[in-house]
Design a protein around this ligand. Sequence first.
Ligand code: HDE
Length: 719
Amino acid sequence: MATTVSNTLRDIGNSAAGAVEGAVHNKKIADLEKNKKNQHDTKQNTTTDWGAKVSDVDHAVKIVDEKGNHVGPTLLEDEVFRERIHRFDHERIPERVVHARGAGAHGTFKLFESCEDVTSAGVLTDTSRTTPIFVRFSTVQGSRGSADTVRDVRGFALKFYTDEGNWDIVANDIPVFFIQEAIKFPDLVHSLKPEPDNEVPQGQTAHNNFWDFAFLHKEATHMLFWAMSDRGIPRSYRMIQGFGVNTFVMINAKGERTFVKFIWTPELGVHSLVWDEALKLAGQDPDFHRKDLWEAIENGAYPKWKFGFQAIKDGDQDKFDFDILDATKVWPEELVPIRYVGELELNRNIDEYFAETEQVAFCTSHIVPGIDFSEDPLLQGRNFSYQDTQLSRLGVNWEELPINRPVCPVLNFNRDGQGRHTISKGKANYWPNRFEANPPTGQGGKGGLESFPATYPGVKARRLTPKWKEYLSQAQLFFNSMSEIEKKHIIEAFSFELDHCDDDIVYERMVTRLAEIDLSLAQAVAQNAGAKSPEVQLQPNHGKKAKGLSQFDYMPKEPTIKGRRVAILIADGFDLTAYEAMKAAVFAQSAVPWTIGVKRQAMKSADGTKEVKADHFINGQRSTMFDALFIPGGAQSIQTLKKMGLARFWVKEAFGHLKAIAAVGEGVDLVHAALTEVENVKLAGAGAGADGVVNWYGVITATDASAASIAKEAVKITK
Ligand code: HDE
């Protein structure tokens, strides 16, 4: 008898989410529970905001004649009607001036090793703690509704709800910044946002203004190379690194100071899309990264990062040929190794986007005792900006909002202001007071916030140290450290961007800057972007390389497909054994199989024993949305698919994007039919392995091999 096989991700997701509810709970989640309301209560009648029950939310009050016709205007006295419209009119708050588009999740931080040698901060010294965290990922340029996969820097803002207060590290996935001084930030952001006359383009830097700014700010060169590398188009938020960028300070119990940069590295490795995929996904699935994060967490494939920092002892700060406070420079790992001390894990999705991800607010200035600021002028400016911007986004009492309030007690004499939540009891609202209420800790190792007592001989002036004027050495270091394929992608990225600039001074000048880094790069870009080809290297290349810059340096030791998406293409008459074997193999690796059918209806297996309802029909999805493709056999199924241009296109496109493709039995015919349509691809010549499986450039085909051996091979290559 035919049975319908349930194979939707939601079924899988729901069971995992159930487990999540019970298992992943922490102090912050408990704190948020106080504000949560179940909106699906069928017993509770709907009310106004002032709590009165409402009889009808579909009709406003009007004058109605005795026959039931409404004959007069809608009455202004109808407060139910007015409240609904008024609340709706005010639903939006100003979007973030940068990083408007984002996705957030809850999680935890576990410390593995006490860092008491450098800091007194509880979160970095007490290994028995689990600290709740909230993370917000973002793109920088686009507005709130823009696409996820544009070429851009990714924000990776991290809030630790520690027992000693909230600690924010407002980080990016690139370790350096475009400018050295915060005072230049408005110019930078104006230049990278859409141009002012026509507000074009959305969420991308491929326009004259940005590249004009880029040329005129030589200090931006290093970060430009990172942004034009594959780091600019990540496969997933789960596969990016986090860098605090600015230099912070740690202070230990003895009052000693250490300069630090925070870094965290994903367990899954650092991976990217290819540009053609990124472009297509921006239209096909603008929420690609948002959904990817959500799905992984719902399915229990919790993303993890090793958390650490680089440290330079007080007294060693002048030992480098760059200034350690200059945010356009990395501290090469050969000189300053990374000390990984803990693990970040994201293990719980939000309940409501606005209340959590939109209203969460980060401030670089929010540190905890044991952490301090360096004199980095970019950081000093940021410390003003974040607090300031929250005022216009959220109002003065923004730190009382559930997602922002600390899990430790908050007690002070800050009072009043719009949207105040706390009801402060007692007479005293000033210090000192006759009750001695709310005393500060006092200076000197008593656990309060304290600044390192640095001394500053000098005069006031608008200046930067001359050492900061060396701008190109680390851009060369970055480019030299890339693999050949990464270099090729950088050339293509610069070419794409400059091709979109139509003011010739912009692309001509920018190509001369590239010739200061690498002549062959500049020549290749010039060719593509319509500029004069430079003939000489304009600044000698030092030829040095460093580790930790290429993404290949972050390949996980144990390859993994955890959280990856595998499409299985079927039509009526598919081979059930191969289909089920592959699904099981994919699940076993914590990846997610998606059944793509020629229709989203029950489809019969070749042996007639089962029916499968697809998760999606083939025209509702694209190969770009998946990491790998599997085609089970079944003569009838393959005959249908072979006839469909779209099915053949799926295979060709997946091949073009270097995806793993596997086919078994008659499924091999579809791969052959599709790939023989691709120029220069000759499937003949590929040799079969001992078990009859042919593994050829990421395409595995086996006409006779068992489904099990195919599944084994397929899992191998999707890694
Ligand atoms: Fe930001 N940045 N930024 N930034 N930034 C903001 O604050 C600013 C910088 C970063 O998910 C704003 O709350 C200045 C570096 C992230 O909510 C604003 C300067 C790095 C986010 C602001 C910088 C970042 C922001 C806008 C000095 C990487 C999103 C909304 C030149 C280390 C946080 C907001 C979130 C957001 C100012 C430079 C990362 C306007 C003045 C360097 C991840 O305050």
